[in-house]
Ligand binder design. Sequence first.
Ligand SMILES: C[S@@+](CC[C@H](N)C(=O)[O-])C[C@H]1O[C@@H](n2cnc3c(N)ncnc32)[C@H](O)[C@@H]1O
Length: 228
Amino acid sequence: MKRFFTKQKAEDKRSFFLEDELLDYILSHSASADEVQEALIEETAELGWVSRMQISVDQGNLLTMLVKAIRPKFAVEIGTFTGFSAISIARGLPENGSLLCCDISEKWTAIARTYWERAGLNDKIKLVLAPAIETLDNLPEDTEIDFAFIDADKGNYKNYYDAVLSRLSDHGMIVIDNVLWSGRVIDESANDDDTHAIKDFNSYIRNDDRVTCTMLSIGDGVTLIQKK
Ligand SMILES: C[S@@+](CC[C@H](N)C(=O)[O-])C[C@H]1O[C@@H](n2cnc3c(N)ncnc32)[C@H](O)[C@@H]1O
């Protein structure tokens, strides 16, 4: 249990609730990162502590598979960082599909752009540098979102979710990251704003009659949401 609450090392940051041996087994029986992804993981690791914001390779595989199954024409990512999850999403898109990435960091997304280019995905991805809620509000009225990945500031999760849900197509899916928040969602002594925001958000979705959801224990916890 202690591992939940200690400061995580970079290599110890994902699927933290699994024993190392079991996690190694899972990862060695799942697709591994390719050359571009490996290089991106390495460059992101050089940023230090913040590198733990990057989703894990197995989460990336999951995103690609979900996107391939849903075949979105229009996908949105809220929280892009150095671009790993965007590569995972963009790689699953059909020929006529595109991804809108929302972030506020010029510095981190400059790294993302380099790797999107290397992955041959530049024509699939559009990046908007602005608070994501503004970017969502500025979408044309009739925009339908077929796939959304929400992985930005936790205090705004509910706002992002409501903004996306109001535009979600009937077959669309919303994927939310960090819903277990390193286990702090069940730590009654955890009193910080982010933990409260995530706990409130998890309850909000579970009680939202418009949707059905399932929470997966991959990475730092991922919830999949679809309209009923
Ligand atoms: C957890 S990281 C995203 C990680 C990324 N999905 C990946 O797997 O590499 C969160 C990102 O959200 C961005 N962010 C924070 N507040 C934001 C806001 N109000 N609007 C848009 N992006 C925001 C940060 O700049 C950061 O890059």
